[in-house]
Design a protein around this ligand. Structure first.
Ligand SMILES: NC(=O)C1=CN([C@@H]2O[C@H](COP(=O)(O)OP(=O)(O)OC[C@H]3O[C@@H](n4cnc5c(N)ncnc54)[C@H](O)[C@@H]3O)[C@@H](O)[C@H]2O)C=CC1
Ligand SMILES: O=C([O-])CC(=O)C(=O)O
Length: 335
């Protein structure tokens, strides 16, 4: 087993250039603010052999555009009525379909619209590609992941090793913000962020990194708040035009690359992701984001949180009840 330091070194690695095994990847919501740049970045990933782009609006246009890029993968776009065709033979499905926030909204305010979008897409995946690995970006992630799980369970095809909530943007932000205040390269300031993906459920474990350990007092409070509410910064700056798209596309492609490396047999690929987890099951929390080792089956190993400071324990204590509510809301929607 690798040490936590070795895991971090692997976690901080970005895009790999080797393509040991190649794979068909679908993006559902490919015409949107995240979907377009995410499709572009996936076109550049050497692990992807075929890219299947689906949206209720605009996917064939995005596909025609992206398909001219000089990498080896083959790109096809599918319109609204061709979801099943889009999902045929896919190994990995990334879902950024759904509405984004406007100023003044919480992620949970998106539930009413996005819950049914995600449920219906999950039902189609269960029908057409039941063995696909599913990466959920659509918010609220704390609820949409349980929605996908329940939908797959209903269809009798749920495998917890193949379902991931993408919380990578929190990890990307934490590294960037810590790098900013310590004048270090973000490659050196990788932070494990655990819990969920909204406000108080986002728990950065700063004490576990050499640079983060030194941050105390007001500076600590400030950076924790910035990591937890980084999404709000972007929503406010975009002023009604949506939420993070470019940084999210980067984070989504980074997580997809980690999974593809794991699926292709690379060892020691570890990154935080929101999965069905035993870590807080005894407190009724079925899904939790923590460092996860990715491998040929998807989730291979869920790592423990390690030592927490009293401040981090307090953040975790605040996370658990909120996260539990969000998960239950998602489950109840499908039940
Ligand atoms: N997990 C994370 O860290 C993050 C998640 N998000 C979430 O990602 C989602 C998408 O955000 P944006 O791309 O900015 O929104 P957007 O509105 O620009 O794009 C969403 C796309 O989904 C499509 N869509 C809607 N219903 C669909 C369906 N049934 N099937 C296929 N496509 C469908 C729309 O046509 C649109 O092209 C939002 O829910 C947002 O909150 C955003 C940033 C970070
Ligand atoms: O804030 C939002 O609504 C989008 C999101 O999840 C993020 O940027 O982390």
């Amino acid at each position: 087993m690798l040490s936590r330091t070795a895991f971090r070194a692997v976690q901080s690695r970005s895009f790999s250039s080797s393509a040991a095994r190649q794979t068909k990847v679908a993006v559902l919501g490919a015409g949107g603010g995240i979907g377009q740049p995410l499709s572009l970045l996936l076109k550049l990933d050497p692990h992807v052999t075929a890219l299947s782009l689906y949206d209720i609006r605009g996917a064939p246009g995005v596909a025609a555009d992206v398909s001219h890029i000089d990498s080896a993968s083959h790109v096809t776009g599918y319109p609204a009525d061709k979801l099943d065709e889009a999902l045929k033979d896919v190994k990995v499905v990334v879902i950024p379909a759904g509405v984004p926030r406007k100023p003044g909204m919480t992620r949970d305010d998106l539930f009413n619209t996005n819950a049914s979008i995600v449920r219906d897409l999950a039902a189609a995946i269960a029908r057409v590609s039941p063995e696909a690995h599913i990466l959920v970006i659509s918010n609220p992630v704390n609820s949409t992941v349980p929605i996908v799980a329940e939908t797959l369970k209903k269809a009798g095809v749920f495998d917890p090793r193949r379902l991931f909530g993408v919380t990578t943007l929190d990890v990307v932000r934490a590294a960037r913000f810590l790098g900013e205040i310590t004048n270090a390269d973000p490659k050196e300031t990788v932070v494990t962020v655990v819990g969920g993906h909204s406000g108080a459920t986002i728990v950065p474990l700063l004490s576990q990194t050499p640079f983060g350990k030194a941050i105390k007092g007001e500076a600590y409070e400030k950076i924790v708040h910035r990591i937890q509410y980084g999404g709000d910064e972007v929503v406010k700056a975009k002023d009604g035009a949506g939420s993070a798209t470019l940084s999210m596309a980067y984070a989504g492609a980074k997580f997809a690359n980690a999974l593809l490396r794991g699926l292709s047999g690379e060892k020691g690929v570890v990154t935080p992701t929101f999965v069905k987890s035993p870590l807080f099951e005894d407190q009724g929390v079925e899904f939790f984001s923590s460092d996860v080792e990715l491998g040929v089956n998807g989730v291979e190993n869920i790592l423990p949180l390690g030592n927490l400071t009293p401040e981090e324990q307090a953040l975790l204590d605040a996370c658990i009840p909120d996260l539990k509510k969000n998960i239950e809301k998602g489950k109840a929607f499908v039940a």
